[in-house]
Design a protein around this ligand. Structure first.
Ligand code: SF4
Length: 191
């Protein structure tokens, strides 16, 4: 004889299987599913650590992007670092001379993977109006560039747009052959 008594208030167990839509709805109340690469990309895109490499007037414009009005922090890229070992988004803002090119490459090489590069303004992207032997005619001659932001100087909105373009690229795991095929230019003298 059993001492167990049934609780009359307990819901009566139903052996009916849940419909797929009910099951999905129920699962949504406590869990979500994703792919590992998607959630890693989501984390990366929302935690960019910029390293400003300001060499000329574009550097001043970049400061306003970081300031309270435009506030790059809203896009998850506020942790500005001045050490390449603590940054993953290099923002080159200004004229780069041939003499400075080995320094830029050295800094790029010191950054940890995965790393990204934004070329801000006409000078960094193409030499700008410095059509001269001593100015690099675009930083993509020495390092791989993910996003070029046009302008002289680019507006803060344009820079924000460049960061958003980079974030879209990261979120979708866009292939970056310019990075994969990059080699240190042989003509550059080591520091
Ligand atoms: S692109 Fe224009 S604003 Fe930017 S560094 Fe060159 S000259 Fe200055």
């Amino acid at each position: 004889m059993s001492n167990v008594t049934a609780n009359s208030n307990a819901p009566v167990a139903q052996n009916q299987p849940m419909a797929p839509s009910e099951l999905e709805e129920s699962a949504r109340s406590f869990a979500f599913t994703t792919r590992l690469d998607a959630i890693v990309a989501w984390g990366r895109k929302n935690s960019l650590w910029p390293m400003p490499y300001g060499t000329a007037c574009c550097g001043i414009e970049l400061m306003s992007v970081m300031g309270p009005k435009y506030d790059l922090a809203r896009f998850g890229a506020e942790v500005v670092r001045f050490s390449p070992r603590q940054a993953d988004m290099l923002v080159v803002a200004g004229t780069i001379t041939e003499k400075m090119a080995p320094v830029l490459v050295h800094i790029y090489e010191q950054m940890l993977e995965p790393k990204y590069v934004i070329s801000m303004g006409a000078c960094a992207s193409s030499g700008g109006f410095y059509r001269a032997y001593h100015v690099l005619q675009g930083i993509d001659k020495v390092i791989p560039v993910d996003v070029f932001v046009p302008g002289c100087p680019p507006t803060p909105e344009a820079v924000l747009d460049g960061v958003l373009a980079l974030q879209r690229m990261i979120a979708t795991n866009t292939p970056r052959p310019w990075v994969d095929n990059w080699k240190r230019p042989e003509w550059l003298k080591p520091l």
